[in-house]
Design a protein around this ligand. Sequence first.
Ligand SMILES: C[S@@+](CC[C@H](N)C(=O)[O-])C[C@H]1O[C@@H](n2cnc3c(N)ncnc32)[C@H](O)[C@@H]1O
Length: 414
Amino acid sequence: MRDQARDGALRLLAAVEDGATLDEAAPLTEGLSPADRARARRLAREVLRRIDRADALLTPFLARRPRPQIMRILRLATVEMLALDEAPHGAVNAAVTLTRALGGKGQAASGMVNAVLRKVAASDQVWAALPPQRLPDWLRKPVSAAWGEAVTRAIEAAHEAGAPLDLTPRGETPGEALPTGSHRLPAGTQVSALPGYAAGDWWVQDAAAAMAVRLLDPKPGERIADLCAAPGGKTLQLAAAGAEVTALDISPSRLGRVAENLARCGLAAELVAGDALDWRPPQPMDAVLLDAPCSATGTIRRHPELPLIRDGAGLAELTELQAHMIDHALSILKPGGRMVYATCSLLPAEGEDQLTAALARHPGLTVLPPQAAGIGPDWTTAQGALRLRPDMWPERGGMDGFFIVCLRKSAEQT
Ligand SMILES: C[S@@+](CC[C@H](N)C(=O)[O-])C[C@H]1O[C@@H](n2cnc3c(N)ncnc32)[C@H](O)[C@@H]1O
């Protein structure tokens, strides 16, 4: 019988090599059962987290580099055996079957695949000594310049480890309560099977992402604009706090997900599909949340394909857009109003440097030091922002990378 999940994983890996995200590649596994589809995606993610490590182990066993399809099969079996505790005979047999299914060239290569993977199966000590996958240079350089080599390596280790499932609670919520208020469950937990999902007692949101609204500290009745709202995790937090929320997003389809999430949780917000830079409220807002579009390099634990398919191109346009959005957000805020600027990025260019530049452009703008519960001693920057990184909370399973700052507009400004 064909191994549908492994076959699906190989198709996903091929699509990522062609530059697709795993979300974009998802239709390639549409014909699979839900369980096989989920397993295919999990296998693909686990391989993407360890391609360099698998290649470093495999290369000495290969007389010459095989064709891409065969290399993907070798990587998958290597990761299954050495990182996912799959029994060698099952992983090797599956790899040989998948190789044979490639036709004539596969038939010819199946003996080599079998022999190489038997050596791989006996290489657990070599595997354990290999370092986690390095960030690509365009990302590694600024990360290492900001926090040094040891932190960069710890971030790389956290990327390999993947991400647990975090929930933001509203009612009764499963999982371990974290110091910041989020709840945590093991990676791979099936979300829709958890109690309270349909009732909207909680929603899925990384513990770091949940900190943006905690820093804004919304009050009941405050008029708050969520300028980049979809899929809506932060909109839900604002609405649950009793704020009168206007949630904007430039993507109508993504805004549809905000509507679905609000409906599931029995919460309300005004929804506006459009460019935040064009939107002006009838009266200035009490507070604004700007969870700006960014490189998403803080989410590599969940999206391990990002370092492979991005090269840092477009970063200058993104940072320019972020700066415009900060200026626009301040222009729709009442004097003395609060604004949170957040990006799920590891790059200081999208965080610390944006704050420095915004403070220089807007005399009278001040940083409100983070006050929320559970903030670790090393999370706050000298400027009073939160710098969250995947290597933080290592004993609890890490968190996404985020930069978050709460700003107060001068009371004198008009
Ligand atoms: C980081 S995501 C927001 C995540 C969201 N705040 C949450 O917690 O679920 C950034 C969002 O910004 C939206 N976006 C990008 N450019 C925009 C613009 N000019 N105006 C409004 N939304 C924009 C994207 O469609 C995307 O949904």
